[in-house]
Each structure stands twice: as structure tokens, then as C-alpha cells.
Design a protein around this ligand. Structure first.
Ligand code: CA
Length: 746
């Protein structure tokens, strides 16, 4: 070998060495195969860098052994530029592995978990860290698929600075599992994560975080949940479901979340330094307590409106010799130094009934501050509270006193501080209430700073106006060309559709003036709401006279397939008529596994209809699942409607949901619900509805008002109703309020 050759080899080696340095001292991999080859060789201190790009249909098993001093690093070439899409998931197994910078969107897991700290049963991850990762709307199209986004197994793992946004399927967003001894006494840490918007699931299984399950609930987890930000986590009654022992919930912020931090099962847990900012949104709650030696200390609660199990503070009754999945008695609970500002409900001995007959014992409520700006009875006492000691609690004079609860009434001044937090002040209360003046967790200091969430909630009237003239399929074409939020404006005249109009995003269809445009369809359905769709109809006349002469037409139908996005339907100032070409012609027809966030029908008339206006009764499994959260009927006239004007069915005994909620007012029904095909046998039929207000309405020559009250104390009121001839109210229970019911003779 001559010197030239040696020199050349020398240069080659130098350049290879530099190349390795340029690769940020790790190996860059471009696909699942390259990754698998790299991880199999990886040892302590190694880095594997995932190349920027779309990692579609990628399932990574990250199985390796790092050390405490030299963890194995798995990261993105550029944080946020490595996208897992399609059918993708990650499993982690081994120890001391740190994973960062990855994004999951536009797809869903083919397994039941997106990121799992488990290879398989018995092989878990420990001392691993998942940081700055994002899961954004990564949902199975099947609403009840039952999937989890992050599942912690093993011990001593940390999940931090992650963003979890837009969970829409059944199954908890993040969970800690205690399925065997290798997963118990795990001391995980969950901190600085941003838990973003979670729509109402309309069923149990919509928790954002769950620690344990009832089966292992007497086992210690020891997980610390610290400084996380929960933003509008509205999935179900439990934002967090604690089902194990020895966990701490420290300095988290719950911003406008429906539901509560629920100490559902397990002992020796603590909630301290948390901010619950309800801002007067409906069904917002604080902390719910069951079991032994659980504590709520130094928390701040603002504008929480939730009732029953969703109160600002809910202390439950227990079941004697409770089975592990029911309610253990509250023993030795401590609730101290909390501040409650303008919260509507504090519930003591909640859930008291023949089964839940054990009131709390050995417990203390002390050094708390309760402030209300107007007279309010905030405490509800359902059973014997002698097992709760009250010491040194202060209340503003507006808080109404309750037997057995000692409150020191004192004038307080409410001041908003520089952080926007309202603090009640008085020289007398210096040693009581929450000592914190602002939440530690904010939207800014949680999650991954490099990721921008595109909020895509269904909103009407945010787009452009599209003017459309009468004609064949002109409306169909306009809807197809529309973008989310657009407003389609129709001139007077006839709009006949020979095709089913699919609604795939929020769209408004309205008239341009006083005269109502006429909508006709030659298809069995005029509009089909599909996933992501929402429809607003305003100032229109809808006629069924061009519809096919066959049974079972509908003006609006949901998808026949599962919809994982809650839809909205608004109908205002519309005249709907001649849905009578054949029998069972409905206005709205829904299908199983679809869920309306809201159905609002106002100032509209419905005449000569053979089917139902809205029959929301397709969830018949009696699992506490139903078809619509909020239903509002206001100032409508229904005349000659053969089917039911409104049927809403929620079966089962599950107590996890907020709705269904019905507001039915100022409506007139003439000759409604009398068809032999009306399976509900009622003009309106509310089954298992949680909150209903039916008022100022007339039922003339119509079928009965039918109610079926569930056992969990629904709030049902009927006020100012005229019924004639004397059709009846038919109910399984008398436990509803009835005021000013008038039977008139014709
Ligand atoms: Ca639940």
C-alpha cells in the first residue's frame, strides 16, 4: 500500500467519523424495518432518530435495556415532523427508554391502546419516559370501539409534556393499569400534560384519566398526577376516576370540565393545590369522595354548577359490606383549607338510599371558605352528618345555613387578582381557605410547545355565504361545494333534489328573505348527516310531496354507521308538511351509535306527517347509552303527526352521564301520536331522561305524555300544561314536579 492509498483511507475514515457526528450521535431510521434493526442493537446511551415524514401504518415495538445514567433515546429528527398515521401504535418494553417528539394523527390504533407500556402480559416497561408526544383526534371510526390512548404498565414510568386532544371513542384517554404485581406499587408520574377537549361520550367509559380498576382498587399505585391542565374534558361524570390507593393529585388545573375528580375506589389518596375553574358552565364539578382516608386540601373551586354527583364537593354514602365495585363508606376523610367561590352544590351523604345507607364517619371539614355573591343554599344533606366534624369554616352572609353545619358568617370582599382569580378577602379568614393565588398548571406550561392544535369543533356560520337559485340539484351542488361553516342562501322557489344530500361538515341552509324556499326530494332521505356533519335549517319550507311512495322516508337521517363525532341539528322558522306519501315518514331518523350534542327545533310548524318528528330511541341495550344530550323544542306547532313528537330513550342504571337533557316549551300539539304504528304510544315519551322541563304547552286530542323516571333522582318538571280532552300523564313514578296542569274540555 503506498502513501497515497493510506492517505485516502485516512481521509475516508475522517469523513465517516464526521458523518456520524453530523447524525447527532444517533442512527437515523426511515421506516419500521430500519427501526426494528436499530432497536435490536441498541444499548445504553444509544439514540435512534426517526426521520421526518409520514409514518403510515407503523407499529413499533420499542424493546431495549438502557441504564439510569445512560437511557436509550428515541426521538424525532424534528419534533412534530414525525407523524404516525393510519393503523399505528407503539409498545414499550424494557427499561430506561426515553421517547419524545412524536405525533399521532389521521388514524387509529389497530390494537386497543395507542401507546402502551407493555409488550404483552408479563413484559412491561419500567423507568421509561414518554415526553413531548402528541395524540390528536386519533380515533377509531367506531364510536364504541373501546380504545385507550396511553396505557401505563410496569413501574416508575413518567408521562410528561404530552398533548392528548380530541378523544371521541369509548375508553379512557390515559390509564394506569395494576393488573399484576409487576404493575402495582408503581409510583408513576404524570405531569405537565395538556388534556384537551373531550366531547361528551353519552355513556360510561369517557374518563380522561383512570388509575386502576375496581378489581385492584385496594392495591397501592402511588401515582403522582401533578401540574396537568385539563381543558374542557367533558367525556362523562368522572374526569379522573381514581380506583387505587396512595395516589396524589397535585396542582392540576381543571378548566371548564364537566364532571369531577372522583375518588371512586381506593384509600389514602390526596387532592391538593388543584384549581377547578368551572366559569359557570353547566355540569362542572370538583371533587367526589368515597372510601377511607382520602383528603382534599388547599384546593380552589370557582363557578362550579354541577348537581348531584357533580357537585363542587361531593361526599358519598357507602354500602354496608360493600362489594368491591360498589361504594365503600367514607372513613376519616379530611377536607380542609379549600376555597369555594360561587359554587352551586356541596353534597353531603350523596347517593343515600336503601343500598347506600352508611354516612361518612371520622371525617373533618375545617378551615374552608365558602363565598356566594347572592343568597344560595349550597349545602345539601342527604343523611346523618354527625360523623363529619365542622371546625372553623367561614361563609359569606349569602350562604344559607344548614342544620348541623357550623359556619362562621363573615362579610367578605371578592377581588380579582392579577392572575384573574377571584379571591374572597376578610381579615377574619386569614387562616382559612386555599393559600394559592393562581393555578400552577397553565395552558402555556403544559403540553408540547411546538405543537399547534387546530380546534375543529362543529360551528355554524363561520364561513362564507353561497347564493343559490332554485332548480334541480342546485342545493345538492351547493352543499357539495361548501366548506365547514358556510352559509347557503336560497332565493324563493323550488329546490328539488334527486340525490341524497350528504352533510359532512357544519353547514347552514337558509332563505334570503321572507318568502320560504321550498325543498323537495325524490330520494328516501333528503339529508344524511355523516360523521363530522352538522346542519342548520332556517326559514325553509320542506315538503314530502315528491318523496318516493314507499314506507320509511325521512327528511333528515344520521349515518347508518357509527359516528364518533357528536353532531348538531338546528331547525328554526321552518314549515314541514306533507310527509305522508306513505306510512312511517319521519322528520329526523337516527341510528344506533350516533349521538347528537344538540337538537334544537324552534318557531317551526309540522303538519300532516305519518311518522315521528324525532324518535331518539335506537340505543336499546339498557347500558346507559342514548342518542342525544340536549334536546330543545320551543314554540313549535305540531298538527296531525301520526308518530311521536319526541321520544328519547336512555335505558339502564348507569350513573355516569350528564344527559339526556330536554327543554320542551311553548309548543302546541294537535292530533299527535295517535297512529297505530306509534311504538312509543305517547305524543312525547321521555324514558330515563336526567333533566326535563316540559312547560307552557298544549296537548290537544293527542296521545299521552309518557314518562319513565330512572332510579337516580332525575329532575323532571311539568309546568303550565293544557291537556284536552283529558289525555293523561302516564308515568312509572310520581317523583316529578307538576305544577298547573289543566284538563280542558274540547
Ligand atoms: Ca366512569
Amino acid at each position: 500500500m503506498n502513501y497515497n492509498k493510506i492517505y485516502f483511507v485516512f481521509l475516508l475514515l475522517i469523513s465517516l467519523a464526521f458523518q456520524n457526528c453530523a447524525n447527532t450521535h444517533g442512527s437515523l431510521v426511515h421506516n419500521e424495518q430500519e427501526f426494528t434493526a436499530a432497536i435490536q442493537k441498541a444499548g445504553p446511551g444509544d439514540q435512534i432518530i426517526l426521520a421526518n415524514g409520514n409514518w403510515e401504518n407503523t407499529e413499533l415495538l420499542i424493546k431495549a435495556e438502557g441504564t439510569a445514567e445512560k437511557p436509550i433515546i428515541i426521538t424525532a429528527e424534528d419534533k412534530g415532523s414525525v407523524i404516525f398515521s393510519g393503523q399505528s401504535d407503539i409498545r414499550i418494553s424494557g427499561q430506561y427508554i426515553e421517547i419524545s417528539g412524536l405525533v399521532f394523527k389521521n388514524g387509529y390504533t389497530p390494537l386497543t391502546e395507542v401507546i402502551s407500556f407493555k409488550e404483552k402480559k408479563g413484559r412491561y416497561a419500567s423507568h421509561c419516559r414518554l415526553t413531548e408526544c402528541v395524540i390528536d383526534n386519533f380515533n377509531n371510526p367506531e364510536r364504541f370501539a373501546n380504545e385507550t390512548w396511553i396505557a401505563l404498565y410496569g413501574k416508575n414510568n413518567r408521562v410528561d409534556h404530552c398533548i392528548l386532544y380530541g378523544k371521541r371513542t369509548s375508553g379512557v384517554t390515559m390509564t394506569v393499569r395494576l393488573i399484576d404485581s409487576a404493575c402495582q406499587e408503581n409510583y408513576h408520574q404524570i405531569d405537565h400534560n395538556y388534556f384537551g377537549y373531550h366531547q361528551s361520550l353519552g355513556s360510561n367509559g369517557g374518563e380522561t384519566l383512570r388509575l386502576g380498576t375496581s378489581q385492584y382498587s385496594l392495591t397501592t399505585s402511588g401515582t403522582k398526577v401533578e401540574e396537568n391542565y385539563f381543558d374542557r374534558c367533558d367525556g362523562e361524570q368522572e374526569i379522573i376516576s381514581n380506583k387505587s390507593c396512595g395516589n396524589s393529585f397535585l396542582n392540576n388545573t381543571f378548566y371548564m370540565c364537566r364532571g369531577t375528580l372522583s375518588f371512586r375506589h381506593g384509600h389514602d389518596n390526596i387532592a391538593e393545590g388543584n384549581f377547578f375553574l368551572g366559569n359557570h358552565k353547566d355540569n362542572t364539578g370538583g371533587i367526589r369522595i368515597i372510601n377511607e382516608r382520602n383528603q382534599a386540601i388547599n384546593n380552589y373551586f370557582f363557578g362550579l354548577t354541577g348537581y348531584r354527583f357533580r357537585g363542587a364537593l361531593v361526599i358519598m354514602n357507602g354500602v354496608p359490606n360493600s362489594p368491591i365495585n360498589r361504594y365503600n363508606q367514607v372513613v376519616d376523610g379530611v377536607f380542609s383549607n379549600n376555597t369555594f367561590v360561587d359554587c352551586d352544590y356541596i353534597q353531603l351523604c350523596a347517593g343515600s338510599d336503601a343500598e347506600r345507607s352508611l354516612p361518612p364517619v371520622g371525617s373533618k371539614i375545617e378551615n374552608n371558605v365558602f363565598y356566594c355573591n347572592s343568597p344560595k343554599k349550597i349545602f345539601t344533606v342527604y343523611d346523618d352528618i354527625s360523623g363529619i366534624e365542622f371546625n372553623n369554616n367561614y361563609a359569606s352572609p349569602e350562604v344559607e345555613s344548614e342544620n348541623g353545619i357550623s359556619l362562621k358568617k363573615t362579610a367578605m370582599k371578592l377581588d380579582q387578582n392579577e392572575y384573574g382569580i377571584w379571591i374572597p378577602e376578610s381579615p377574619e379568614i386569614e387562616n382559612a381557605g386555599c393559600s394559592l393565588t393562581s393555578p400552577k398548571a397553565t395552558r402555556e406550561n403544559t403540553g408540547a410547545s411546538w405543537y399547534k392544535i387546530e380546534e375543529a369543533e362543529l360551528e355554524f356560520n363561520t364561513g362564507k355565504e353561497i347564493a343559490v337559485l332554485p332548480g334541480l340539484n342546485t342545493l345538492y351542488d351547493a352543499v357539495n361545494e361548501s366548506a365547514p361553516g358556510d352559509i347557503i342562501v336560497l332565493s324563493a322557489g323550488e329546490y328539488t333534489s334527486t340525490k341524497d344530500i350528504f352533510i359532512d361538515h357544519p353547514v347552514t341552509i337558509k332563505s334570503d328573505g321572507d318568502e320560504k324556499p321550498v325543498l323537495l326530494s325524490e330520494k328516501p332521505e333528503m339529508f344524511t348527516l355523516r360523521n363530522e356533519g352538522a346542519l342548520m335549517l332556517e326559514g325553509l319550507k320542506i315538503s314530502g310531496k315528491s318523496s318516493p311512495d314507499a314506507a320509511g322516508n325521512a327528511v333528515i337521517a344520521t349515518s347508518k354507521y357509527s359516528m364518533n363525532r357528536n353532531y348538531k341539528l338546528m331547525v328554526e322558522n321552518c314549515d314541514v308538511e306533507e310527509l305522508n306519501v306513505n306510512h312511517s315518514f319521519d322528520f329526523l331518523r337516527v341510528y344506533k351509535n350516533t349521538f347528537a350534542d344538540s337538537i334544537v327545533i324552534k318557531n317551526s310548524s309540522f303538519k300532516n306527517i305519518t311518522g315521528n318528528i324525532a324518535s331518539l330511541d335506537k340505543e336499546t341495550d339498557d347500558l346507559g347509552i342514548y342518542n342525544a344530550e340536549n334536546v330543545v323544542y320551543e314554540a313549535n306547532i305540531f298538527e296531525n303527526v301520526g308518530g311521536s313528537v319526541l321520544t328519547l330513550y336512555r335505558g339502564g342504571t348507569d350513573e355516569s352521564t350528564f344527559g339526556p337533557i330536554v327543554k320542551f316549551s311553548a309548543c302546541t300539539l294537535i292530533n299527535c301520536g295517535l297512529s297505530s304504528r306509534n311504538k312509543s304510544f305517547g305524543s312525547i315519551y321521555l324514558y330515563g331522561v336526567q333533566l326535563a322541563d316540559v312547560s307552557e304547552s298544549s296537548f290537544i286530542n293527542s296521545a299521552k305524555i309518557r314518562l319513565h323516571l330512572s332510579k337516580d333522582n332525575p329532575v323532571i318538571s311539568l309546568n303550565d300544561l293544557n291537556i284536552w280532552p283529558s289525555a293523561d300523564i302516564d308515568s312509572n313514578s310520581k317523583d316529578f314536579s307538576l305544577r298547573n296542569l289543566v284538563h280542558k274540555a274540547l
